[in-house]
Design a protein around this ligand. Structure first.
Ligand code: 5GP
Length: 120
């Protein structure tokens, strides 16, 4: 992880259990929980357990095991949520232009309704 990771960000607190969350999935590499402000009938956040702010520092400094484990977890969570059919959307906001609000790498999984056009 890079030196500018904020240990007090909300998802760091979720990982520590300082902020309560409902565990949907957990393994050595990843943790998944429902978004507090769901934008779809299913709206799950998947985060790596390591201290990564963005895809840039994750790809630059995470081990292959961390990267593989995290990506595998995203697919597992989507499948276990029953979203393979009729489908789902993955979204990862990075940085200011993308409105990343929480500076711990995360992937949103949206499902349970037609998602419509991709960008707004
Ligand atoms: P971002 O814009 O950074 O990609 O999205 C951050 C997401 O985290 C938002 O969808 C927001 O609703 C969610 N969120 C923020 N605080 C909390 C929290 O304390 N618990 C949970 N479960 N989700 C949160």
């Amino acid at each position: 992880a890079t030196g500018d990771y904020d240990d007090d960000n909300i998802f760091a607190k979720v990982l520590r259990g300082d902020i309560p969350s409902t565990k949907i999935y957990e393994d050595d590499w990843a943790y998944a929980f429902p978004d507090i402000n769901p934008q779809a009938p299913t709206h799950i956040l998947v985060i790596p357990k390591g201290k990564y702010r963005s895809w840039a520092d994750f790809s630059a400094t995470a081990t292959d095991a961390e990267i593989g484990g995290f990506i595998r977890a995203v697919g597992t969570v989507a499948r276990d949520a029953g979203l393979e059919e009729p489908g789902y959307r993955l979204l990862a906001n990075a940085g200011e232009d993308a409105h990343q609000m929480v500076p711990h790498l995360h992937v949103h999984i949206f499902g349970g309704r037609p998602m419509g056009p991709m960008l707004s």
